[in-house]
Write a protein of this length. Structure first.
Ligand SMILES: C[S@@+](CC[C@H](N)C(=O)[O-])C[C@H]1O[C@@H](n2cnc3c(N)ncnc32)[C@H](O)[C@@H]1O
Length: 243
């Protein structure tokens, strides 16, 4: 199987693994940062690109957003439809080509840990720009490029994590790691490549955040202490200019 085929199909067999995966990093930390990047969502038309089984779409719908979710993995979309709670619409589709979605038809767009899965990330960013109305915001959460360069880079002494190794940072391309007992692939690109892609795509960058837990989030989940040691995720708050 070539790289493109693997990226396009690797989620199909792992729908239940993903749903049952520990979600505390997302629910207990990242959601807060993504919601801050989106601003008020009530009454807004939101496109969740790479929505998976719709977990964040349901959060947004609960806050009064009109949510459309799109994902390449059909069984995840079936799950999302079954779990929909607030009139969300879920469609099978490709982030690299949002065919069927009209220009300027959404107020907000979301990409929640998806760009590492997408081969033509520049095209995906351009597509998000196209479907957003002028002034619309795009919240992107991705695995931090410092972490993606070398997956599973913790250097340990016994169980103690000493530090996180970074290597091959400038060498962009696929990174293979084991997840749920099989080989998974994510794409590594440098921070400057992502920032250039957003700017070249027409977006204004309102902020770049490297999420850490609040005191309350840390108290609720002490395992999040590692998030202070090495950046794990990155959130880009982007905006399509008015003209
Ligand atoms: C890490 S999961 C994140 C799912 C969801 N955003 C969430 O936060 O639960 C990555 C998702 O990206 C989807 N995906 C991968 N490549 C895609 C593409 N080219 N177009 C749309 N979705 C894609 C996968 O099917 C999977 O649902």
């Amino acid at each position: 199987m070539n790289l493109e085929q693997q990226l396009r199909t690797q989620w199909t067999e792992h729908v239940q693994d993903w749903i049952q995966q520990d979600q505390s990093l997302r629910t207990g930390m990242l959601d807060t940062w993504m919601l801050a990047a989106l601003g008020d969502v009530a009454g807004r038309r939101v496109l969740d690109i790479g929505c998976g089984e719709g977990r964040f779409g349901r959060v947004l719908a609960g806050l009064g957003a009109q949510v459309t979710g799109v994902d390449l993995t059909e069984p995840l979309i079936e799950q999302a439809r079954g779990l929909a709670s607030g009139g969300e619409t879920y469609l099978v589709g490709n982030a690299e080509d949002l065919a069927g979605m009209c220009d300027a038809s959404f107020d907000l767009a979301v990409s929640y840990i998806v760009l590492v899965d997408v081969l033509d990330y520049r095209r995906s960013i351009q597509e998000a720009f196209r479907v957003l109305r002028p002034g619309g915001r795009f919240a992107v959460c991705n695995v931090h490029p410092m972490r993606m360069a070398l997956p599973n880079g913790w250097i340990k002494q016994g169980d103690r994590k000493l530090f996180y190794a970074i290597d091959d940072y400038s060498n962009e391309g696929p990174r293979e790691f084991e997840w749920w007992g099989v080989s998974f692939i994510n794409m590594h690109r440098t921070l400057s490549s992502y920032v250039s892609a957003f700017v070249d795509g027409g977006f204004v960058i309102d902020g770049i955040q490297e999420p850490t837990p609040s005191d309350a989030q840390l108290a609720a989940n002490p395992g999040l202490a590692d998030e202070f040691r090495v950046p794990n995720f990155i959130v880009y708050a982007l905006r399509k200019p008015l003209q």
